[in-house]
Write a protein that binds this ligand. Structure first.
Ligand SMILES: C[S@@+](CC[C@H](N)C(=O)[O-])C[C@H]1O[C@@H](n2cnc3c(N)ncnc32)[C@H](O)[C@@H]1O
Length: 560
């Protein structure tokens, strides 16, 4: 059976598969017998590693080679590589690509092989497949690629492939079909994260973008192929029926989407045209934009704005309002609670309080606050709690929100991680450390979370108390349309700058930045000193106004 085969070493007597040598000829013969089934004669020889090539072999994945290398190094090559002669002196691997790679990495110059004679490329390709399938080695993508080679390169018909044991004609076609998936999705099939059945459902989607988006969803939600198939079918049929929602009309203003005017009149906006309102009204705590406004006047104004909000909000739409209570401004005796007032005012318009989120402003460790450390002498009935939080009230207008197209739903999907983060009742978000041209600028993370959570891409978002324009900026970044109202003209350059509508720094900008830097340094010093006497800024780093009414430093919120 053994003969010299134009190879480096003739096999005879006891063959050493491993340079350490302990394997016997019997082992080769045993391996050979397995290899011989249904094939022509074989030769067992040591073949020069340089003369071995890989051609039309289904196994592409060569993961774990180093492990195999270590095992061969330790225990020797357990099974010779199966090859056939491709050209004179060139041998193609039928079975043993990984072993060959490991031998190369071990620096072997030759490797024991079983050389199948009278085998052509078609037969060899088939045999490679069979050998690898026996060991359940091939992933669906390797199988699909192999089937394509068998069909396209070697001309096998589906019928012939069926006879050769590749499954039914229909299943062969399906297996090959998955190669039409986009590369990133195919990778997931290759890795075993998506099945062929998942892949086939994904192929029902018309575009590769949709296929990628749905693959992401399947993985995130751990959807079975059956469930994914159902959802995809529903998505496709909905898409066919769906009349694209009317394009949102963005009013033209001097600043696109921003009206420098009072939001008690938002006649630029049509009834039921806004999908989400994200805002922080003035709190009436003596901010620079509240000068001369009594509490009664403030309430009257807020109610008028809320009425307009109720008019423009779509049925089922959300209104997310950051409304702090008033701690000392109106009465040194007690806190003026505000949330329930908004609840009452909005209830009149069929808008109901549904959720409350606590924005926890983890500004600095409490252990660093001198005002707290000095409280040791305080009577037990007089401790002050640090005002390092603000409630965000989530209201919803009665009625059913029209569902956007499935495409928009899909594009707006939240990841599992985001859902867990957003559904937490306490949002830990660092407030801004600098004033940015306005005394109470929200950190972008706050509107970002609210917009992601309560709207879809393409929705219209409104901020009726726009301030520096944070909501508008973030909404635009999240592929939403946005509109805002701000009545203080002095904030116009601030909004323009935030929205990227100014070229370079204006003179006022330079002056503003200088003033703010001085304010920041001053306020940081004050906070760190933790002074309790009058003159300290209220709240953690509020730079807006120094209280005159003897308010304790913990009373004013950071935001306002
Ligand atoms: C709390 S600030 C909003 C800050 C904003 N969230 C930000 O991140 O910049 C409230 C803003 O509403 C404005 N405002 C108050 N009443 C208004 C009204 N009726 N119409 C329009 N703007 C108003 C104030 O001038 C102030 O800039």
């Amino acid at each position: 059976m053994e003969k010299k085969h134009n190879m480096k070493t003739e096999v005879s007597g006891t063959l050493d598969f491993n340079s350490n040598g302990s394997k016997t000829e019997e082992r080769i013969m045993e391996a050979s017998r397995v290899k011989m089934e249904g094939m022509g004669p074989i030769q067992v020889s040591e073949v020069d590693i340089e003369s071995l090539v890989i051609k039309y072999h289904p196994r592409i994945n060569v993961d774990g080679i180093d492990e195999l290398k270590r095992s061969i190094e330790k225990c020797g090559l357990q099974e010779p590589i199966a090859v056939y002669e491709l050209d004179k002196g060139k041998y193609a691997v039928i079975d043993g690509c990984r072993r060959l790679e490991a031998a190369k990495r071990l620096g072997w110059k030759s490797v024991p092989c079983i050389v199948h004679e009278n085998v052509d490329q078609r037969q060899a390709a088939h045999l490679s497949y069979v050998r690898n399938m026996e060991r359940k080695n091939l992933n669906p993508v390797e199988i699909a690629n192999h089937l394509v080679v068998m069909k396209e390169k070697f001309g096998y018909s589906l019928k012939e492939l069926e006879i050769k044991g590749y499954g039914s004609k229909a299943s062969i076609s399906q297996k090959m079909k998955i190669l039409n998936l986009p590369g990133s999705v195919l990778d997931k099939v290759r890795e075993g994260k998506l099945t062929i059945a998942h892949g086939l459902h994904l192929l029902e989607l018309p575009t590769s973008e949709e296929q990628e988006r749905w693959a992401k969803r399947i993985l995130e939600e751990d959807l079975s192929a059956k469930k994914a198939g159902k959802l995809i079918k529903r998505y496709i049929s909905k898409g066919k029926q769906h009349k694209e929602a009317q394009e949102v009309e963005i009013p033209e203003g001097e600043i696109p989407g921003v009206f420098m005017k009072d939001s008690r009149d938002m006649s630029e906006l049509k009834d039921e045209s806004v999908h989400l309102i994200v805002s922080s009204p003035p709190f009436n705590i003596g901010m620079e934009f509240e000068e001369g406004i009594s509490f009664e006047k403030h309430i009257e104004e807020v109610k008028a704005v809320l009425k307009e909000c109720a008019r423009v909000l779509v049925p089922g739409g959300i209104m997310a309002l950051d409304v702090a209570d008033i701690h000392t401004k109106h009465s040194s005796k007690e806190i003026t609670l505000m949330g329930h007032r908004y609840q009452e005012w909005l209830r009149e318009h069929g808008i109901y309080l549904k959720n409350i989120i606590i924005w926890y402003k983890n500004v600095m460790p409490l252990s660093k606050r001198k005002d707290l450390l000095n409280m040791a002498e305080v009577r037990h009935t007089h401790y002050k709690i640090v005002l390092n939080f603000e409630p965000i009230y989530i209201f919803r207008k009665q009625g059913r929100r029209e569902v956007p197209s499935e495409e928009k739903i899909l594009a707006s999907r939240l990841s599992k991680k985001e859902i867990l983060e957003l559904c937490d009742g306490v949002w830990k978000i660092q407030p801004l450390k600098t004033k940015q041209g306005h005394p109470c600028v929200h950190p972008e993370e706050l509107p970002r979370r609210l917009i992601k959570m309560f709207s879809y891409e393409g929705d219209l978002i409104l901020d009726p108390w726009a301030g520096s324009g944070t909501t508008i900026k973030v909404a635009n970044e999240l592929n939403r349309h946005a509109v805002g109202y701000e009545r203080e003209l002095k904030y116009k350059p601030v909004i323009m700058e935030k929205l990227g509508l100014t070229d370079g720094e204006s003179d006022t900008e330079v002056v503003r930045t200088m003033i703010e830097s001085v304010q920041e340094i001053r306020s940081e010093v004050q906070v760190l000193e933790g002074a309790t006497e009058a003159g300290e800024t209220e709240g953690d780093i509020c730079m807006a106004k120094i209280p005159e009414d003897g308010a304790t430093p913990v009373e004013m919120s950071l935001n306002q």
